[in-house]
Design a protein around this ligand. Structure first.
Ligand code: SAM
Length: 311
């Protein structure tokens, strides 16, 4: 598979996927959008300054570089996954719980989950093109990606590893349903070939640095916005993804090449997120085969899709 195959034929393709979440669009050159950008810059600059002050008066562990420890991530996501309603009810479009993104010349106001589905749709395209028999997601959260993928590709065996017990419990609770709940199904752009296939996913609680699988267990190992949480353990986590893969690794992450402009470098630093470029990742015995990023990018965090073969 190459980058060309990941491009979309329909130039409005992303708007079709985003329709349920798109609150409004405006020109990026408009005063309103520039004001939004200024507020966002102010927010992230403030966060960085706060972290530096905390580090000065506290221990170095609280500095910007050190705070995203496994315990911090586990507690934060444990709380997140136990507090959200899952499956999400289809929310009314709202300006409150919003994400700001840019695509081409447009500024987009989206309700929060919108970007997830744009990413998931391109991950599905990769699975459709490469036809793996076995797929593992690392950092699977509440299972959004795998629950949908499994029903679209019922011939493929899916597994997921997630750090938090709460995320795994939420994913498994959906597996108790006889068919994939309507609200999850309604967000899939790909045809759901078997609405019962979600029951076959092997969800496990585990740590990306010690994946509970033998070497070469999966045709494709992927992560979506999960390595971003693992900057302090990044070497072990990616080495493990490579170890359990027999062919390919796919990442949808905030690669440095998608965070060069605007407020993105500031926000990525403030969060101590993934700092490598799509090219840099090749140092883990991977060869970059395809890159995609022609989708709306959050103004505080750009993300790209990179597909690698094992060297
Ligand atoms: C932003 S969420 C993304 C969830 C999912 N990939 C998605 O696209 O909806 C990041 C997830 O990575 C998980 N995670 C973070 N560190 C991890 C680790 N060391 N091992 C396994 N999962 C981890 C978090 O618990 C969280 O569920």
């Amino acid at each position: 598979m190459d980058s060309q195959q990941l491009e979309t034929e329909n130039p409005n393709h992303c708007y079709d996927v985003l329709e349920p979440w798109l609150v409004e669009t405006m020109p990026r050159s408009s005063l309103r959008w520039r004001w939004e950008m200024f507020l966002n810059w102010f927010h992230w600059r403030g966060k960085i300054i706060k972290k530096h002050i905390k580090a000065l008066i506290g221990s170095s562990k609280r500095s910007v570089k050190n705070y995203r420890t496994a315990d911090h991530v586990k507690n934060t996501y444990g709380r997140t996954w136990s507090s959200v309603v899952w499956p999400h009810p289809r929310k009314p479009k709202s300006r409150k719980d919003r994400t700001l993104a840019e695509w081409n010349e447009k500024g987009l106001v989206l309700t929060r989950e919108g970007i997830n589905f744009v990413h998931l749709e391109r991950v599905m395209k990769v699975v459709d093109l490469t036809k793996p028999s076995t797929v593992l997601e690392v950092g699977a959260g509440m299972g959004l990606n795998l629950l949908t993928l499994s029903c679209c590709f019922p011939g493929t065996k899916f597994a997921g590893v997630e750090l938090t017990a709460e995320g795994v419990a939420r994913a498994k609770s959906v597996q108790e349903e006889d068919t994939l709940p309507d609200v999850i199904a309604s967000f899939s752009v790909f045809e759901l070939k078997d609405r019962t296939a979600h029951k076959t996913i092997d969800f496990r609680q585990g740590d990306a640095t010690r994946l509970p699988f033998d070497d070469n267990s999966f045709d494709l190992v992927f992560s979506r916005l999960a390595l971003e949480q693992m900057e302090l353990i990044r070497d072990q986590a990616i080495s493990e993804m490579v170890r359990v893969s027999k062919k390919a690794v796919l990442m949808v992450e905030p690669f440095a090449d998608f965070n060069l402009e605007g407020q993105r470098p500031l926000a990525i630093r403030a969060k101590n997120y993934f700092s490598l470029s799509t090219q840099d990742v090749q140092k883990y015995d991977l060869e970059l085969m395809a890159v995609f990023g022609n989708w709306p990018q959050k103004i505080s965090e750009g993300a790209g899709l990179a597909y690698y073969h094992l060297k």
